[in-house]
Design a protein around this ligand. Structure first.
Ligand code: ZN
Length: 245
């Protein structure tokens, strides 16, 4: 079995479609694991949800998904993110809203835990450091945990006793073999990468090889930017897509 691991689509249909077509060219996947923030920031929330629903999909909620349906107050968001969340809320169909309402915060699939932020705080915590990863080891039972939220691809490789984690770059294309160590892995963001590489990021987990592959995919950034400007979404959110920051 092969699984597509997608985080932070953020209503960016052009990026999402480019990733899906890249997955197709690489032989496809049986299922998509979606790590939350399907909506927020970008111009195509309903289109992204509808497209996701055409796949067999295991999905958790992110902070922007909750904000768009009123489950999370936007007072802690920066003003641009809050403006985009309110715009998204106004543009969701009842079906799209119902889909977001149903999303759990944490899921276990085989030996993987899926969350948006971190296992101990799935909605808010950003896992940026080995110390943060280490503090989360007792909050999930599986060998591996998949996270999104930072939009930065990374691997934390951890020992259980005593608890300690090492941070390293998620290798591009080369297989990351999943062995005996516990791992927390972020595949990067599909719809708003923030590691300085503007290409959409995602991963494929191949269960037969027990390996994960990380890929970057160019997409039509200007198309998404034009739509954002047309809809009156904050200009800085459109601009940052071009910088991948
Ligand atoms: Zn996000």
């Amino acid at each position: 079995m092969r699984y597509g691991i997608l985080a932070d689509i953020h209503s960016n249909l052009a990026a999402f479609e480019a990733v899906l077509s890249d997955i197709g060219e690489r032989g496809g996947v049986e299922e998509i694991w979606c790590l939350g923030d399907i909506v927020g920031y970008g111009p195509d929330p309903v289109e992204c949800i509808n497209l996701l629903r055409t796949y067999s999909c295991t999905c958790v909620a992110g902070n922007h998904d909750w904000a768009a349906i009123g489950k999370l107050d936007t007072s802690d968001f920066n003003p641009y993110a809050a403006a985009a969340a309110h715009w998204t809320a106004r543009h969701l169909t009842p079906e799209a809203k119902a889909f977001l309402e149903e999303l759990p915060l944490k899921l276990t699939v085989g030996d993987f835990t899926l969350v948006h932020g971190s296992p101990s705080d799935p909605i808010w915590e950003y896992l940026f450091s080995a110390d943060g990863a280490e503090a989360n080891l007792s909050s999930f039972d599986t060998s591996y945990c998949l996270v999104g939220h930072t939009h930065v691809p990374v691997v934390f490789e951890c020992d259980a006793d005593p608890p300690s984690c090492l941070e390293y770059d998620l290798p591009l294309e080369a297989p990351l073999k999943l062995a005996e160590k516990r791992l927390i892995i972020n595949p990067g963001g599909v719809g708003q990468p923030r590691d300085g590489d503007e290409r959409a990021a995602y991963a494929i987990y191949d269960a037969d090889q027990n390996a994960l592959h990380h890929y970057r995919v160019p997409y039509d950034i200007e198309l998404t930017q034009r739509k954002m400007i047309r809809w009156g979404l904050p200009f800085s959110l459109a601009q940052r897509l071009g910088a991948g920051r």
